[in-house]
Design a protein around this ligand. Structure first.
Ligand code: HEM
Length: 415
């Protein structure tokens, strides 16, 4: 495709390859300078998408749920919707009727059901358990002198926490990694599509059985609370119940893991900052915000639809177009953050968009912050002289477009 509504859509920036993963921040810097609201094909090489890379424009997209929406029904005519559905696979409503596919009233109704479980006050009560889990994970490896930080620490910590919150039995947690991956890896080949459908089916069957058990015998977990809301006609349909639990599992699997790993890498690559943090642990909360800004694990927000014609960054986005707010780029915008490419843990202004902004601001932010604080404090308290065990240029970033996520992070320490 070379033109879309009169705008050239040649693929000018490489935004998906392995090469891009090595030069992510440089690429976004060029986009902010040359074409901050930029139209080019997405991953499939065909569908035109507007990539929004400057901080102010990204904030506009995130906050404005009148003009930028997640529910295509609010942006497209019934005919356009029907044509869209013809072109691609039917969305599976058992897993897609969630907070990140709704706007306005529908969104508020769903969000109200889960807000209470994630307030900073409630989350703070989890501190002793999260600390215990972090120490247990370190106990398992401390004598060894090395570990693969993603698999041995960054992954099991938040996964266990979210699984315990939801009430998923420990012995089943391993299967959730496979299922969760299915949701975030783009199924680009027929084989992958078939595999994704199979995993989705297994996941839904598992949840069927879990919901049935909680209906028969409710416990104190979040799944029981949601099942109760569905039973009591508290405006939660069956599809919405499935979708909510799936979203919480996926959000809990794919995000904090990357924040912990990216944060450890950033600290090891900026030893002066690490020294400051170790000298003054009261820096920890602002350090977590800065680490989120510096290498944002959710690199691209969810794709929005333009619900009206909108002028943004002197470009005209037409109703029905796709728009991606690039959070990882906004967070490196030098117009907003002085010396944006440098890590300054004491940076006072934490108004980054690493957790989004506006109506869809991350529900799990208090939990993610607490987990990451505990993770970093525990690692540096328990593992003397923690260091990278391979050269930084040999690290491999997973090829998942919306996340900035390391496949592995081998580290070592003195024993
Ligand atoms: C470091 C970890 C995390 C990061 C960086 C992160 C980032 C984000 C971002 C950027 C959004 C908004 C997406 C958009 O508007 O396009 C979001 C939404 C959301 N996040 Fe997180 N997240 C993290 C952890 C979590 C955790 C642990 C949970 C749950 C247990 C969670 C649950 C959610 C939910 C439910 C939404 C949708 C909120 C809504 O639409 O109202 N997140 N997150």
């Amino acid at each position: 495709m070379t033109s879309w509504r009169g705008v050239s859509t040649a693929r000018r920036y490489d935004l998906y390859s392995h090469e891009f993963r090595r030069s992510t921040h440089e690429t976004y810097a060029r986009m902010r300078a040359e074409s901050p609201v930029h139209l080019q094909p997405g991953l499939d090489g065909e569908t035109p998408i507007w990539f929004v890379t400057r901080y102010d424009d990204v904030v506009t997209v995130l906050r404005d749920n009148e003009r930028f929406v997640l529910d295509p029904k609010l942006a497209l005519t019934p005919e356009e919707l029907a044509a869209l559905r013809e072109g691609g696979p039917e969305p599976d409503e058992r897993v897609s009727e969630n907070l990140l596919s709704k706007d306005r009233d529908d969104h508020r109704r769903l969000r109200r059901l889960v807000t209470k479980a994630f307030t900073p006050r409630i989350v703070e009560q989890l501190r002793p358990r999260i600390q215990e889990l972090a120490d247990d994970l370190v106990d398992r490896v401390v004598e060894r002198g090395h570990m693969e930080l993603v698999d041995d620490f960054a992954f099991p910590l938040p996964i266990t926490v979210i699984a315990e919150l939801l009430g998923i039995p420990a012995e089943d947690q391993g299967r959730f990694r496979v299922w969760s991956n299915t949701f975030v890896l783009p199924p680009m080949t027929p084989e992958l599509q078939e595999q994704a459908a199979r995993h989705m089916q297994e996941f839904v069957e598992y949840l069927d059985a879990l919901f049935a058990r909680r209906r028969a015998e409710p416990t104190e977990d979040l799944v029981s609370a949601l099942v109760r809301a569905e039973n009591e006609g508290d405006h939660l349909s069956e599809n919405e119940l499935y979708s909510m639990v799936v979203l919480l599992i996926v959000a809990g699997h794919e995000t904090t893991v990357s924040l912990i790993a990216n944060a450890v890498l950033a600290l090891l690559s900026n030893p002066d900052q690490l020294v400051e943090l170790r000298a003054d642990p009261s820096l920890l909360p602002s350090a977590v915000e800065e680490l989120l800004r510096y290498d944002s694990p959710v690199e691209r927000g969810i794709t929005r639809w333009a619900a009206a014609d909108v002028e943004l960054g002197r470009r005209l986005i037409s109703r029905g177009d796709f728009v991606i707010p690039v959070l990882g780029s906004a967070n490196r915008d030098g117009e907003r953050f002085p010396a944006a490419d440098e890590l300054h843990l004491a940076r006072a202004d934490g108004r980054h968009v690493g957790f989004g902004r506006g109506p869809h601001f991350c529900l799990g932010a208090p939990l993610a912050r607490l987990e990451t604080e505990i993770a970093l404090e525990t690692l540096w308290r328990r593992l003397p002289n923690l260091r990278l065990a391979i050269a930084e240029e040999d690290l491999y970033w997973r090829p998942i477009p919306i996340f900035r996520s390391l496949a592995s992070l081998p580290v070592a320490w003195d024993v």
